[in-house]
Design a protein around this ligand. Structure first.
Ligand code: ZN
Length: 276
């Protein structure tokens, strides 16, 4: 049995941290994935102590911070900026007892033509550097392959090889339905069930419109059960791997950003529950 989770991207244009917390608690979510940009906004008028106090008296708990992006092939300046954001994330995570930070490979036209060995070597190096910092805060890194070929690491198989080479307790994987679908239309869902339990950290649940690969993008994500992804099979595969954490609803759909956040969060709970 999976738990019910909410990723703040789902209402990032029509809500706030404060509102997401109240609504997720109201509609029975077990976990929330907070966004670092929304947290920075929240901290203009609130403190981390207030956030920690909310979680200490609520059913809702923090799960993963989103996200540290473009971790590959950074210039020294890009790496310094990334480390500053990552360190901020680690400090927040430690204060509010949030276990994971999502880390994402790089997307650029230059980088997406690198060969697999180059991506492997660079990812292992970057993840090790980040894990060195994270261990002092008791935080774990969840590496998320993004299915589109514009991202340099785009399959669960490739990401798992990287994570296994890193071989650290605090480095694992995120499986996200649309990223599995964007890679090969979920041709090998069985592979997910073979991920070692201790390496599967986070599960992002979503569905998407039936569009050709190459056209399909993250704005086409839709509520689970309303699209083309075999969400039931993917959800079963993560459970077969031994994962029993939350299925976190992660959408980037402009249509939902034009709605009331409460309606989206309520509908989200209804659409995700059948897959738990
Ligand atoms: Zn995701």
């Amino acid at each position: 049995m999976l738990k019910l989770g909410f990723n703040e991207a789902t209402c990032k244009e029509n809500s706030t941290v404060e509102k997401d917390l109240a609504l997720c608690e109201k509609y029975g979510y077990d976990y929330i994935e907070l966004r670092l940009d929304m947290l920075k906004e929240y901290l203009r008028t609130h403190t981390l102590e207030e956030l920690a106090a909310f979680f200490s008296k609520s059913h809702l708990k923090p799960f993963a911070l989103n996200s540290i992006e473009n971790i590959n092939f950074c210039t020294p300046k890009e790496w310094d900026e990334l480390i500053a954001l990552f360190t901020f994330g680690c400090e927040v995570a430690q204060k509010i007892q949030n276990p994971y930070i999502i880390v994402v490979p790089t997307v650029t036209d230059a980088v997406c033509t690198k060969n697999e060995k180059e991506v492997f070597d660079d990812s292992v190096k970057s993840l090790n550097s980040l894990a060195d910092i994270a261990k002092d805060y008791g935080v774990k890194l969840s590496f998320e392959p993004i299915g589109d070929r514009r991202w340099c690491c785009n399959s669960v198989r490739q990401a798992l090889e990287i994570v296994q080479a890193v071989d650290r307790d605090n480095v694992g994987l995120t499986v996200d339905c649309i990223n599995v679908y964007m890679h090969d239309k979920c041709a090998d869902v069985d592979f997910i069930s073979k991920i070692p339990k201790e390496k599967l950290f986070v599960y992002h649940i979503n569905d998407c419109e039936d569009l050709p690969l190459g056209i399909l993008d993250h704005c086409h994500r839709i509520m689970p059960g309303k699209g083309a992804i075999p969400v039931k099979e993917v959800s079963k595969a993560v459970q077969a791997a031994g994962y029993d954490g939350p299925a976190c609803l992660e959408l980037f759909r402009p249509e939902y950003w034009r709605m009331e956040a409460e309606d989206v969060i309520k509908m989200g709970a209804e659409c995700v529950r059948p897959y738990l």
